[in-house]
Design a protein around this ligand. Structure first.
Ligand code: ATP
Ligand code: MG
Length: 317
């Protein structure tokens, strides 16, 4: 079996997730390479421990770069703290006005508050960065490599978190608006209201794409081991509650049945888990990837993985 359907025109966002060390980054890059043969593709890492550079053996960073040795592949490592910093700097005056008009904090307190990271806000900003790229429309496909399960789930639930913050801010503003209206008889919307409205739109945009299975696909990566299977189960259950349905999964590191004694024994050990995966996820297209002799590093090795993921077939338009 090969990963299927990624060529569908509506499908923009492909997110890889799973337990630590199961092959998310390798599969995300290999998939992006396959897509880039026929689609303008952007590979995005949201993992704070970025490994695109290591895996591709070329520098990738917070600024978008073309991946050397490929035609149509660009890549970026989204640093959540940097994304948040950029947002605060771009909107500092408005954020200050929000706090000045809605709280009793003095100037110094406000400046200090703006340097603090609100829990979850960095993930929101990571996702906002992805959505901004998608809306800019420079690329046809966006492939996201995430950090292990917990982080991917926080990323997915980030619009809900941002929505909560907007609600709190809007409630704080309501008192200010009430006061202005009582004094002057009317209230004109200002730049703070405009910022809250634009953030609310961001939430809606993220929710819209995540909840639309034709535009967004989540591909879990698993290996035939007990803990990875349990974690994949939890991941898929949580995704389901967010309205995200997986259609297929990668089963990585599958040993060959023949060869040396060690390989045969390892494969025998994997068999019950492979059976469990096949029974538990019979509704998913399961793509088995062999355990390679060497690590997957550099374009040549990644192309080998790409050929396995797509059974040597290019992703055509
Ligand atoms: N099929 C495979 N055969 C051999 N080695 C593999 C295979 N898949 C992945 N690897 C190797 O396993 C290691 C982990 O892979 P990778 O970095 O892709 O996993 P990850 O899920 O992204 O890890 P993390 O959770 O740390 O981000 C890497 O050294 C990679 O080269
Ligand atoms: Mg990784």
């Amino acid at each position: 079996m090969a990963l299927a359907g990624l060529e569908n025109n509506d499908l923009k966002l492909i997110i890889f997730g799973g337990k630590g060390g199961v092959g998310k980054t390798s599969c995300a890059i290999a998939t992006a390479l396959a897509l880039s043969e026929n689609f303008k593709t952007l590979l995005i890492s949201t993992d704070p421990a970025h490994s695109l550079s290591d895996c591709l053996e070329q520098p990738i960073g917070f600024n978008l770069v073309t991946v050397a040795g490929t035609g149509n592949l660009s890549a970026i490592e989204v640093v959540a703290e940097r994304a948040l910093e950029v947002f605060v700097n771009e909107n500092r005056t408005v954020l200050k006005k929000l706090l000045e008009t809605s709280t009793n904090l003095d100037n110094q307190d406000i400046d200090e508050l703006l340097t603090l990271s609100i829990p979850g806000i960095d993930e929101v900003m990571s996702f906002k960065t992805i959505i901004d790229y998608i809306e800019e429309g420079q690329f046809e496909k966006y492939v996201v490599d995430t950090a292990p399960t917990g982080h991917a789930l926080r990323l997915i639930s980030s619009p809900g978190m941002l929505d909560q913050w907007i609600k709190v801010a809007a409630r704080m503003r309501w008192k200010y608006r009430y006061m202005i209206t009582s004094f002057s008889g009317s209230y004109q919307q200002d730049e703070v209201d405009a910022l809250l409205l634009s953030l609310k739109k961001t939430v809606k945009r993220i929710e819209k794409i995540l909840g639309d299975n034709t535009q967004c696909e989540f591909i879990p990566v698993c290996i035939p081991e007990a803990m990875a299977i349990m974690e994949t189960g939890r991941l898929l259950a949580k995704l389901g509650t967010s309205g995200i349905v997986a259609r297929q999964m990668v089963v990585n590191n599958v040993m060959a049945s023949e060869g040396c004694d060690f390989c045969v024994k390892r494969k025998a050990g994997q068999l019950p888990y492979l059976r469990e995966i096949n029974e538990k996820y019979s509704q998913l297209n399961r793509v088995e990837i062999p355990m390679f002799a060497g690590e997957i590093k550099g374009l040549a090795a990644l192309k080998g993985l790409k050929n396995c993921l797509f059974e040597d077939n290019p992703i055509s338009r």
